[in-house]
Ligand binder design. Structure first.
Ligand SMILES: NC(=O)c1ccc[n+]([C@@H]2O[C@H](COP(=O)([O-])OP(=O)(O)OC[C@H]3O[C@@H](n4cnc5c(N)ncnc54)[C@H](O)[C@@H]3O)[C@@H](O)[C@H]2O)c1
Length: 361
């Protein structure tokens, strides 16, 4: 298997290859084909422990390890990495490699876009979520105070290398997290992804043991993301579709202090946003069954009740909102969406009320 999808960005005439490789060992060839002054690898301690032999085989000049987890997307963590690079006189002809999940990808993307006004970057996503979502599209970001991704840039990598072998060590919660994003593409952009419903008597984990099915789902998802980013790189309009499930999902994620992994909050957010879609556009609520089944099968329950007014106030700070109005992506039907719908707070209360009954019962 050696195939690729191109992300074609007309604005800066850049064709970014998304390369699929079956075996980790193959990645080295791609990296070594780039000329650079210094090869700097960024990963987290856990990924390094799991893939030490592979990472060390890349003949890096420097290896920078983040602690695992969202904390690595703080300003302090960003500045510490910048100090590390400055102390070693890393120049702008270096090549940065981000090996890890969305956290490593986001913070290293931000470092690469700002250090010396921009250093070339390759993403090697190692979680399902980062393969199908965060490594593609060029969004970088760090968190500020308790708000996610408030500081960031758009910065495209030279290449993205997808190797499903990394999924072999991923814990179930992280597989489920990526699955949340895959299902989002199914409800918004590619109905055929939802055919998985019929095979869903199995555990999500088992689905991803089936390498052919896993690869199909990953490629379909990447195709969805590529198509949207090609049409709207800087999230001016169409790219908002990718936020389905995320407005409520992010607010819950902040409120519950990252209690579950990101994609699980996206699944919960999709439930809430489908309820809103039902209230406003008569969206067929039988579509919720699949999401509820995923939550039930994986025993996902919010740990305690939430304060609706606080969820709403967090939503107002969502960076996608203009002033303090709450704008959200809604569905009229599967893959028939309404972008940037300005939500009235009373309706939001009503939907959150229904949502709470479903997810806490
Ligand atoms: N830039 C974007 O467009 C975009 C889109 C979606 C999400 N995000 C961001 O992505 C982040 C979430 O990313 P994530 O879900 O990948 O989480 P993550 O990066 O925190 O990784 C989850 C955990 O998995 C571990 N891990 C990574 N690869 C592994 C492997 N192969 N085997 C075993 N363990 C492994 C990590 O060490 C970490 O503990 C959030 O910060 C979110 O804001 C960004």
């Amino acid at each position: 298997m050696e195939d690729r999808i191109y992300l074609n960005l007309k604005r800066n005439e850049k064709n970014i290859p998304i390369v699929f490789v079956e075996r980790i060992e193959k990645i080295r060839e791609y990296i070594l084909s780039f000329n650079c002054s210094n090869l700097v690898i960024f990963t987290d301690r856990l990924v390094y422990r799991l893939y030490k032999d592979f990472i060390d085989s890349l003949q890096h000049s420097y290896l920078y390890l983040f602690d695992k987890g969202e904390e690595s997307k703080s300003i302090e963590s960003y500045l510490k990495a910048i100090d590390y690079l400055l102390d070693r006189n890393v120049d702008r002809r270096a090549l940065f490699i981000a090996i890890g999940g969305g956290v490593v990808g986001d913070v290293v993307g931000f470092i690469a876009s700002t250090y010396k006004r921009g250093v070339r970057l390759i993403h090697i996503p190692t979680t399902l979520l980062s393969m199908v979502d965060s490594s593609i599209g060029g969004k970088t970001g760090i968190n500020y105070k308790s708000y996610k991704n408030q500081i960031g840039t758009f910065y495209q990598p030279e290449m993205i290398i997808i190797c499903p072998q990394f999924l072999g060590t991923l814990p179930k919660s992280e597989v489920l997290s990526g699955f949340g994003e895959i299902i989002k593409y199914g409800f918004t952009l590619d109905k055929s992804i939802l055919d998985i419903k019929d095979r869903f008597e199995k555990d999500v984990f088992e689905i991803f043991q089936d390498k052919i099915l896993a690869m199909q789902l990953i490629k379909k998802s990447i195709n969805c993301k590529v198509k949207v980013v090609e049409k709207d790189e800087k999230e001016s309009f169409l790219r908002e579709i990718l936020n389905f499930g995320h407005t409520v999902g992010h607010a819950l994620e902040t409120y519950y202090n990252y209690y579950f992994s990101h994609g699980i909050f996206v699944i919960l957010g999709m439930v809430a946003e489908m309820i809103l879609s039902n209230i406003l556009f008569n969206f067929d609520l039988s579509n919720l069954d699949f999401l509820i089944r995923i939550l039930e099968k994986n025993s996902i329950k919010l740990p305690q009740r939430f304060e609706k007014s606080q969820i709403i106030s967090i939503m107002k700070y969502d960076k996608k909102n203009i002033s303090s109005s709450i704008r959200i992506v809604l569905l009229k039907d599967v893959c028939d969406y309404v972008l940037g719908y300005e939500i009235n707070e009373d309706i939001l209360y009503e939907a959150l009320d229904k949502f709470e009954k479903i997810v806490l019962s």
